[in-house]
Design a protein around this ligand. Structure first.
Ligand SMILES: [Zn+2]
Ligand SMILES: [Zn+2]
Length: 438
């Protein structure tokens, strides 16, 4: 590992060959220039490559170890205690999914359990499994499989969104009850930035050096877009492979991921998932999402009803956050995805880099809609005081959770390179330019 880095530093005159995962443009990056922090794609500004200094493995290892310790504290100690009318409800992190399971909301219980506890834990363990041998200059057995698993699970590990859910739930409850914050909550607050920074620095370049050549191809002749040269680009580890003539399925020689020229049936899958998401969004808004019962009185409320309750109670910043995450984000995603799909179909040549950016934002914001589901999980477990007060999840919570998952899958099944393919069909291929360095 470190020897590789040393060699890399010696041969600064060399060039790396890379393809952009969002527009398929081939880029030659001088090794010397690549020693800067980041290299952006020259045609769409996607992050192409992040330079990892010799200390990157140590830094990543330290971040992930700290995250794991904080995560253990966050799970083992009391999180929040609610006191109301002489009664007490002490919560641990697992109480949210447990309360939803107990109330029969298996689907959202499972989703909250996976996205707030299981997936973050698995990504941390997977990263440490790779980083500890890398620290000693070795590659762990089955590095490809584990790297791929960590890479796939990261978007579904939602500690940041969960934290926002905790803030909303706490502000909501402070109005009606007394809260005591446990050591686990402090650990969780510290965990969020540590894990986010750790994930941002977790890159394939920690384990595999950047690619210098593609066997059988003249480096200097590689211009334009990767598919012009029959090259397949690995979405997991960024390796470039020549497509064999027989057209069989090719696995990435580094990480083992299946390689495709474009994501298979991207447009059809995205349309199908998007339409499903839009259909689920209707019952998610028509039916009640949550019922708050206090001293035997209470009624179910819809998402919008919940927002107006918050605004009426003077908590309009919270109302705005819930409105934005639960209504605006899904609707913006539907509109953006429909526009992107339509523009591919039309072969639109209008501002391809802006459309690629629109896709990037659409993909990134999707998970924030989960915040309402996390709020419901926290409220269900904390406000569980029998006749005094209870909060329970209703049918729309399941529809809403399904909307979020399905639209996230829709965004992930869209291949932004199709935007550029459609453009290319209209015009001649753009010449390969020097990549921009940031
Ligand atoms: Zn690009
Ligand atoms: Zn790969």
């Amino acid at each position: 590992m470190r020897e590789g880095k040393a060699k890399q530093a010696e041969s600064v005159a060399e060039r790396y060959i890379m393809a952009c995962h969002e527009c398929d443009a081939l880029q030659h990056v001088q090794a010397e220039l690549a020693r800067r922090e980041m290299v952006l794609c020259s045609s769409c500004n996607a992050l192409l490559y992040k330079f990892m200094p010799a200390s990157a493995v140590e830094r990543s290892l330290a971040l992930y170890l700290s995250a794991l310790i904080l995560f253990a504290i966050a799970n083992l100690f009391p999180f929040i205690t609610l006191k109301m009318g002489g009664r007490e409800e002490m919560d641990v992190l697992l109480s949210g999914p447990a309360a939803l399971f107990a109330a029969g909301n298996f689907d959202i219980a499972m989703l909250v359990l996976l996205t707030s506890i299981v997936f973050p834990l698995l990504t941390m363990l997977g990263a440490l499994y790779l980083l500890i041998p890398a620290y000693f200059g070795r590659l762990a057995p089955a590095t490809g499989i584990v790297y791929r698993a960590v890479h796939r699970l990261m978007p579904w590990s939602m500690v940041g969104v969960f934290m926002l859910g905790v803030i909303i739930a706490v502000v909501k409850l402070l109005d009606m009850a007394q809260l005591e914050f446990g050591i686990a909550l402090v650990a969780f607050v510290a965990l969020v930035p540590v894990l986010i920074i750790a994930q941002q620095h977790f890159s394939s370049t920690l384990f595999w050096p950047p690619q210098r050549e593609i066997p059988g191809l003249d480096h200097a002749a590689l211009h334009g877009r990767a598919h012009h040269h029959g090259l397949l680009h690995c979405h997991t580890c960024a390796y470039l492979v020549r497509q064999p003539d027989h057209g069989h399925v090719v696995a990435c020689p580094r990480c083992g991921d299946t390689l495709h020229r474009r994501k298979p049936d991207s447009l059809q899958r995205t349309w199908a998932l998007l339409i499903t998401g839009m259909m689920l969004f209707i019952p998610a808004n028509v039916f009640p999402i949550m019922t708050v019962t206090s001293l035997g009185q209470g009624e179910p409320s819809t998402i919008l009803g919940g927002v107006s309750h918050l605004v009426d109670a003077g908590m309009w910043p919270l109302g705005m956050i819930v409105f934005f995450a639960s209504i605006m984000v899904p609707i913006s995603k539907f509109i953006a995805m429909i526009y992107l799909l339509w523009s591919v179909r039309q072969g639109s040549s209008w501002r391809p880099e802006d459309r690629t950016r629109l896709y990037r934002i659409t993909e990134a914001i999707g998970s924030w809609s989960m915040v309402d589901i996390f709020v419901i999980a926290l409220l269900t477990s904390l406000v569980n005081l029998g006749a005094l007060a209870t909060i329970q999840a209703d049918i729309a919570a399941s529809f809403f959770a399904a909307t979020v998952v399905v639209t996230m899958l829709a965004a992930r099944s869209f291949d932004p390179r199709l935007l550029w393919d459609a453009l290319e069909e209209k015009a001649e291929a753009a010449p390969c330019a020097e990549p921009a360095h940031a």
